[in-house]
Ligand binder design. Structure first.
Ligand code: GDP
Length: 457
């Protein structure tokens, strides 16, 4: 494989801030030459590939020593980008790391765009799109299960599945072509339609199976958006705090990378619950009063999961009844809290599947986890080790489109349409699947995808 020629890019690869080390990464054919101009130590063009080399960074203009560093030299093609890669390990301060970056830029490197290193890995054929996207998913994974899925995708399991399917489609198209070209055989028409029917049904079953993993995959990747509702003083904040405690809180206050919002996540047996409007719970208690009935209804219907908290030690109030009604079309779990006190709530007015808990006494909280598992995972093991999960919204929508094009072939067969028209739909399916792996992805898509990465990745 010949690596394409690109200019040399650079970026700080570590998070900005004080850390033990800061890394400035360079990739491109001039990576070594540029580094040599600012490095005092061994001759970097003579050191073996994949070694760390001690020395100092020196400003060539005034001879000033900026830092003592270790320089990682990794020569093409066995590198992340398949180009020459240099990593300068500095003493991790913001100022030093930035100054060295400036120095590298002045020697002729270009500032990398977000995700550009990974983009090069893709353009140079080291990874396909699903694998590149997996890199991003690993960085963003909020639970170990979500990370398992991403790591598996990084392995290329999805790519392999898609590649196989595409190859099969191509074989089928070729076979059809051969049949058409040799019409002297008997029954060619029949043979060809029978082959098409059999194959499209096979492909459709395969892709539909994959789509079935999508719901779980998406939940594990993005989390269930969860609303905790209830009238004042029923114990919502206590419940929230309980869920956030016990090492369940995985990531709090992540600033969304694309939108500037704060989200809180709780890890329930590997399922990330994305708690919506937790600030709302803490500041004002009455959702309905705050945003109005219609908007509440909409918000509740949009949440993947609603935890409705009621006070078991009091009679149902008007407000409780409103919330019960508003949430009845949601995926809802009704929690009767404060069961450590005598129960006076009118249980006959409630659905039978309520869960009795006491946040104060930490009782039955695990039943909530079990119910979530029932609601969203049919009680299955949340992640089956060998399954290839579809978790990325882009992949899901493309697979859906591919299934549609197969359906068009099926419909055409039923209607007795000419085979060459059906070939068009089958070819379309092949193209759509190619967009998933990047074999047939338009340039804008690729640019847009990689721009979501972090700088330096
Ligand atoms: P919120 O207004 O719905 O957020 O309710 P809070 O979480 O602030 O709780 C209101 C009061 O109920 C607090 O004094 C809590 O200590 C108390 N509380 C919460 N859970 C329980 C429980 O399970 N049993 C009892 N007895 N009190 C509870």
């Amino acid at each position: 494989m010949i690596t394409k020629e690109f200019d040399t890019i650079t970026a700080i690869a570590t998070p900005l801030g004080e850390g033990a080390i800061g890394i400035i990464r360079l990739s491109g054919s001039d990576a070594l030459a540029i580094t040599k101009k600012i490095f005092k130590g061994k001759d970097l063009s003579k050191v073996p590939s994949h070694t760390l080399n001690y020395g100092h960074i020196v400003d060539p203009q005034n001879g000033e020593v900026l830092d003592e560093v270790m320089i990682g030299v990794m020569l093409a093609p066995k590198t992340f980008t398949r180009e020459d890669v240099v990593e300068i390990n500095t003493h991790g301060g913001i100022a030093v790391t930035n100054e060295i970056l400036q120095l590298v830029l002045r020697q002729g490197a270009r500032m990398a765009e977000p995700g550009e290193f990974t983009k090069r890995a893709f353009l140079n054929g080291r990874v396909d799109l699903t694998q590149a996207e997996a890199v991003m998913d690993i960085i963003r994974a909020k639970t170990d299960k979500a990370m398992n899925i991403a790591v598996k995708q990084l392995d290329g399991s999805l790519k392999q599945l898609i590649d196989n399917a595409r190859q099969e489609i191509l074989n089928t198209l070729a076979q059809v072509e051969v049949n058409i070209d040799y019409p002297e055989y008997d029954d060619v028409e029949e043979m060809t339609t029978a082959l098409m029917r059999e194959k499209t049904q096979e492909f459709q079953a395969l892709l539909e199976n994959l789509l079935r993993t999508a719901r779980r995959g998406k939940i594990l990747r993005e989390g269930l958006s969860t609303a905790i509702i209830g009238r004042p003083n029923v114990g919502k904040s206590s419940l929230l705090n309980n869920l956030l405690r016990e090492e369940k809180a995985i990531v709090t206050n992540i600033a969304g990378t694309t939108r500037d919002i704060i989200e809180e996540y709780v890890n329930i047996k590997g399922v990330p619950l994305k708690l919506v409007d937790t600030a709302g719970i803490r500041e004002t208690d009455d959702v309905v009063e705050r945003i109005g009935v219609e908007r509440s209804k909409k918000a509740l219907n949009e949440a993947d999961l609603v935890l409705l908290v009621l006070n078991a030690a009091e009679k149902l109030t008007e407000q409780d009844r409103t919330l019960l009604e508003l949430s009845q079309n949601s995926n809802r779990i009704i929690l009767l809290n404060k069961t450590d006190l005598p129960e006076v709530i009118e249980v006959d007015d409630l659905p039978s599947d309520v869960i009795r808990i006491s946040v104060l006494k930490n009782q039955n909280i695990d039943l909530i986890e079990e119910r979530i598992n029932q609601l969203f995972f049919d009680n299955a093991n949340i992640i089956e080790q060998d399954a290839t999960y579809l978790s990325n919204a882009r992949h899901i929508s493309l697979i859906e489109k591919a299934v549609e094009s197969l359906q068009a072939v099926n419909d055409g067969l039923e209607l007795g349409m000419p085979v060459d028209l059906l070939q068009v739909d089958l070819t379309r399916c092949w193209e759509i699947l190619g967009e998933i792996t990047g074999d047939a992805a338009p340039d804008e898509l690729i640019t847009q995808l990689f721009s979501q990465f972090c700088l330096g990745k």
